[in-house]
Design a protein around this ligand. Sequence first.
Ligand SMILES: [Zn+2]
Length: 344
Amino acid sequence: MIVDSHQHFVRLAKHRDIERFRESQLAGEAPDSPPELSDADIGQSLQTVLGLMTKRGIDTAFASPRAKAMATHDGAAEQNEIWADLNNSLVLRACMLNRGKFAPVGMLGQHGSAPSDRIARQMERWARAGFIAFNFDPDGSGGRWSNPPFTARQNYPVFEAAQALDVPLVLHGSESINPNFPHTAVQYLVADIAGFVQLMMAKQLFREFPRLRFVIPHGGGALPCQIGRWRAIAKFNDWSAPDEILGSGNVFVDTCVYNGLNMKMLFDAVPLDNILFGSECDGAFPGIVNPETGDHADNTRSYVDESGLSSADRRQIYFGNAARVYPRASRWIESQGSKSNSSL
Ligand SMILES: [Zn+2]
């Protein structure tokens, strides 16, 4: 069985009625009711991704709203809570319309002025609805990076809730207002790098939350290349070493790197216990072909299959680690009475 732990329903979020709702929110028009999409609209937005999953042999994907659309720097706290609820409700419907193919990962109404305990209550509400994990933007300022490190106490209510609910937080960047930092090319990776280093700097965090789990997407940002640098800096500054936080069972990465060489470097740098299969299938750069393979660049399965790992190691990355890190995924799949034989 192959589980893709990192997908976004980008085409669904780009539906004109959904984008118009957000535009009117931000224009201060206070739309009083969210748009209602038909099942056909939702189904149409997923046709491409479902076709690619079949072609690539991916059984199930953990799917979340479009990351750029989180736009946690924009709007106001109440608006962003409504916006997150709308996006989560669409993800939930899309998952329920495709039983067994997707499990829902949520977004949160983050905003600089949003009380953390309010975000925690929103997380609890969507976890009760079946959500198995939540994206969490470690910046929250649109690329200005003007907030305190995400590990600071202001976010402790969110961490308490995530630990109690047994849901991982995926440290995922969002929109960038800085034209020097295009969101998919730079801001997301800066969020990965900053998120991982901030976890190294926060030596107390996992002592206070020993069962809290974070997923750092996109191969952990620069981990395949720069883990040596961070080992040295951690010693110099008396931070937690990268190997320490990876070995503690609190921090995981995914395989969203897009060539064979970097995939092998990822497997060398990071213990296999900490790596989950992910592809961002049909989200980050749909249809773009990698000339090295002649296939879509986001077909990360091909890089994993050709990396030289044993079949047991590949099974661990394709399935075993996802089942362990996302324990609610099994419950979701079972609750949906999947028509496939797949179960986590
Ligand atoms: Zn993503």
